[in-house]
Design a protein around this ligand. Structure first.
Ligand code: ZN
Length: 173
C-alpha cells in the first residue's frame, strides 16, 4: 500500500471530469487500497479518485468512528434525492476550510462495488453528504464552488500564502 499525494485547490487538475471505470480489476483494487490508506492517514471521511490525480469515476468513504465501515463506489450515479440538510464541510483538497453547505438528506445511488457487482443503495445523513461531495469531485466541482466568488478568492489567496510560508520555512531548514 502507498500514501498518495492529494491535489490541493486551486490545482487545475481538480477541475477535470472523470471518465467511467472500464474494468474492475486488481490494479483498480490496488488503487482503492492506496486511496483508503491515504484517506485514513489524512485523516478524512471521503476521497474521490480525482483528488489523487486519477480521473476515473471512483470514490471511497468511511464515516464511522472506528474506521471499519469502508464504502467503495465505482461509476456512481445518483438516481434520486430527498430532503435537505446543512452540514459544515471540509475537504482534503482545501485544507483548513470549513463551510456550511446545503445538500440532500437522503440519496439513492447505483454503482459497482469493489468486486464489480452492481449495487443500488440508499444513503442518509453524513454518508449521503459525503457521497454527494465526492461525486462533485468526479465532475470537477469543489464544495467552495457553492460559496460566493469573493469568498473563494479569499480562500485561494490564503492557501497560496500558507504554501509560500511553508516553502520559506523549508528553505531555512
Ligand atoms: Zn473533498
Amino acid at each position: 500500500m502507498a500514501i498518495l499525494r492529494i491535489l490541493e485547490f486551486p490545482d487545475p487538475r481538480l477541475r477535470k471530469k472523470a471518465v467511467p471505470v472500464e474494468a474492475v480489476d486488481d490494479s483498480l483494487r490496488q488503487l482503492i487500497d492506496d486511496m483508503f490508506e491515504t484517506m485514513y492517514e489524512a485523516p478524512g471521511i471521503g476521497l474521490a479518485a480525482t483528488q489523487v490525480d486519477v480521473h476515473r469515476r471512483l470514490l471511497i468513504a468511511d464515516v464511522s468512528q472506528e474506521k471499519n465501515e469502508p464504502h467503495v463506489l465505482i461509476n456512481p450515479e445518483i438516481l434520486g434525492q430527498e430532503g435537505s440538510e446543512v452540514t459544515e464541510e471540509g475537504c482534503l483538497s482545501v485544507p483548513g476550510y470549513y463551510e456550511e453547505i446545503e445538500r440532500a438528506e437522503r440519496i439513492k445511488v447505483r454503482y459497482l462495488d469493489r468486486d464489480g457487482n452492481e449495487q443500488e443503495s440508499e444513503f442518509e445523513g453524513l454518508l449521503a453528504v459525503c457521497v454527494q461531495h465526492e461525486v462533485d469531485h468526479l465532475q470537477g466541482r469543489l464544495f467552495i464552488d457553492y460559496l460566493s466568488e469573493v469568498k473563494r478568492q479569499r480562500i485561494r489567496k490564503r492557501l497560496a500564502k500558507d504554501r509560500r510560508q511553508h516553502q520559506e520555512s523549508a528553505a531555512i531548514l
